[in-house]
Write a new protein. Structure first.
Length: 355
């Protein structure tokens, strides 16, 4: 039975470059009193799952896919996860997909048009892109996926307005408008926005997307088998030559940056904050330009709380999140995403912070 447009479950795709404020926005959406039940699908780039631990508790179920970037798994995992969701009793009022900061949103959006089962039950409501007011201009120069994320957006949050001057803000907004004049744009701090401006937009405009990417609806299953890799995703997988044609029909220039990598470490030893903070501060002060993103969940000695730590380049942020639960293993985990990362030095540095 084919559902009508209105009966289909709306899907919101949250995108935006590494550290722009997607998880912050997701948490805002989930913690507002909306009385709705959302299924959240988180995809992250990295070896150890951390993002799902950063998403607020509540009723939502978080489905994690961390075995590669979302464009690699889009016709595998994402469809499987959504199919699984659709089979559940009780159902959902909406699905929110938070993509990794390195994902090109096109293949994610495609999933909702090319898979019959998914298409019958869901509708892509909007692509919501969080843009980092401080770093977006730089990323538009060196990260093609950052540009695609802006180009595909129906709603843009120009976030972190507190970190730039009014003139800089006008400049970056003008850059965004040059790429995407159609999206609704809101200036935000800490992704603070009325969720009515983000959810149920009915905004995904297929005609406009087709203009950007004429081959959007081509079902290229006969070209590809099983694993799909976008031309410019940041994952480690070998991107086959047969994807060369993808470069042609991407209206937006795609240069694959092989160098973005992620390293992650964990330890069951408790950490000493007096060692950890000086270490990490010095690290991002010297390596900040190469470290796009860092995040961790840390267990400090004599501290009953989980400490969540986050960084975007050299800007660090951290807070006590909640007490460790009685049955919870106190493991400290940290992830770095960036270029030219010295795994050994990072690991040695991290482990030397043990109490
Ligand atoms: N100063 C400032 N910091 C912000 C703002 N919004 C978010 N942050 C901080 O930026 C960091 C990254 O935010 P996240 O919401 O985790 O970003 P993300 O896009 O989910 O990051 P990834 O999952 O790594 O791609 C966190 O430390 C946030 O607290 C803002 O408006 N201003």
């Amino acid at each position: 039975m084919a559902e009508t447009q209105a009966e289909k479950i709306p899907v919101t795709v949250l995108t935006g470059y590494l550290g722009a404020g997607k998880t912050t926005l997701l948490n805002r959406i989930l913690s507002q009193p909306h009385g709705k039940k959302f299924a959240v699908i988180v995809n992250e780039f990295g070896e150890i799952g951390i993002d799902n631990d950063l998403v607020v508790g509540a009723d939502e179920e978080v489905f994690e896919m961390n075995n590669g970037c979302i464009c690699c798994t889009v016709r595998g995992d994402l469809i499987r996860v959504i199919d699984g969701l659709l089979r559940r009793k009780g159902g959902f009022d909406g699905i929110i997909v938070e993509t990794t900061g390195l994902a090109d949103p096109a293949p994610v959006a495609q999933t909702f048009f090319v898979d019959e089962e998914v298409q019958a039950k869901t509708r892509l409501d909007a692509v919501v892109t969080v843009a980092d007011a401080k770093w977006l201009s730089d990323r538009l120069k060196d990260a093609p996926e950052a540009k695609n994320q802006v180009a595909f957006a129906d709603v843009i949050l120009l976030n972190k307005t507190d970190l730039v001057t009014g003139a800089e803000l006008d400049q970056v907004e003008a850059r965004i408008r040059g790429i995407n004049p159609y999206a609704k744009l809101y200036r935000t701090t800490k992704s603070e926005i009325d969720i009515a401006k983000v959810l149920n937009q009915g905004a995904f405009d297929l005609d406009r997307i087709l203009e950007l990417e004429p081959a959007f609806l081509e079902d290229d299953d006969h070209h590809h088998h099983d694993h799909e890799h976008g031309p410019d995703c940041g994952c480690d997988h070998d991107h086959g030559h047969d994807h060369a044609h993808d470069h042609h029909h991407h209206g937006l220039k795609a240069v694959h940056d092989d160098e973005v990598q992620s390293v992650a470490f964990s330890t069951e030893k408790e950490l000493n904050p007096d060692k950890f903070f000086p270490w990490v501060q010095n690290l991002v002060a010297t390596e900040g330009p190469n470290i796009l993103r860092s995040k961790g969940i840390l267990s400090f000695a004599n501290d009953p709380d989980r400490f969540v730590f986050q960084g975007v380049h050299m800007i660090l942020d951290g807070d006590h999140q909640r007490p460790w639960k009685a049955d919870e293993k106190r493991v400290s985990r940290i992830v770095f995403i960036g270029r030219k990362l010295d795994r050994k030095a990072l690991e040695d540095g991290f482990l030397s912070c043990a109490a």
